[in-house]
Write a new protein. Structure first.
Length: 290
């Protein structure tokens, strides 16, 4: 299948990443069905769309015609079958737990048309760990967007050994049609490109904090004003989710057995307290008053 054959997109997971990926695709002209098992999350996703599009028009960032077309292109349903039955491309954006992804991709493999590409937005779980539960391993790949997906241009497309050239090329072209900048990884590697580099920075930042060298606010300030990053590692983790960092590091430690891969003590503490960042109203910083 080529990009010309992609008309209908299903996004599974209507959280912050999922609904922004879905809206990006709808703005690009694709018919998008967004689904989630949580009705409240699905409702919040629809409310976001209802507010975002008029705001863009009001600010002169989008024409009324584009906004109206985007709104008509996107729909929301709790039914996975309804969302995926006509999909040419599925983008999964659920929690970073392999067993949950296995269950989901088995269902998608049964529901979706044989030609459909099944992509995971996962930034750490490589698609070769997911593809074997389907009957279409050549059509299962990583399509990793960055948060916030409506703003960030980069998408990492990962071509594992099981992924066909046709699948990788189609996904790359879909990204371009969404006004994204895709990069192709020719091999699977844990963390891909950006997160491997970011992980090295985070590891040192948490080490400096855990050792009492500096407060996390000062470490963030140093990274912003010394390295020119838009935000420091602690503020960024609040944005992407401390719970996500905890799950990723925990799974990596269980996989490798290397103590160096354990979550930082402060990440464990925040996770246990439910202080997961912006999504919970508090992480390293307090968002309850915003």
């Amino acid at each position: 299948m080529t990009v010309a054959g992609v008309k209908n997109i299903c996004v599974v997971g209507a959280g912050n990443m999922g609904h922004q990926i879905a809206l990006s695709a709808a703005i690009a002209g694709y018919k998008v069905k967004t689904t989630d098992v949580n009705q409240e999350i699905l409702q919040k996703a629809e409310q976001f769309v209802e507010k975002y599009l008029p705001d863009r028009v009001a600010k002169g960032k989008m024409s009324e015609e584009v906004a109206q077309a985007a709104r008509s292109n996107i729909s929301f349903t709790m039914s996975l079958e309804e969302a995926a039955k006509d999909a040419d491309l599925v983008i999964e954006a659920v929690i970073e737990k392999l067993d949950i992804k296995h269950t989901l991709f088995r269902q998608l493999d049964e529901i979706c048309p044989p030609h459909a590409i099944l992509a995971t937005n996962s930034s750490f779980i490589v698609s070769s760990k997911i593809a074997p539960v389907t009957k279409r391993p050549d059509k299962v790949c990583n399509m990793h967007f960055f948060n916030p997906a409506l703003v960030m241009k980069l998408v990492e497309v990962v071509k594992g050994p099981h992924v066909s050239d046709e699948t990788a090329n189609t996904v790359m072209e879909v990204c371009k049609s969404m006004d994204k900048v895709p990069v192709l990884l020719k091999k699977e590697i844990y963390g891909f490109l950006v997160n491997r580099i970011l992980a090295a920075i985070n590891k040192e930042a948490f080490y400096l904090y855990d050792m009492g060298v500096a407060a996390y606010e000062d470490i963030d300030t140093a990274v912003v004003y010394g390295l020119g990053h838009p935000m420091g590692p602690f503020r960024l983790m609040d944005l992407t989710g401390i719970d996500l960092a905890y799950y990723i590091d925990t799974e990596r430690y269980q996989e490798t057995g290397d103590p160096a891969n354990k979550p930082s003590p402060i990440v464990v503490e925040k996770f246990v307290k439910g202080e997961w960042g912006q999504k919970s109203g508090k992480g390293f910083y307090d968002y309850s008053k915003k």
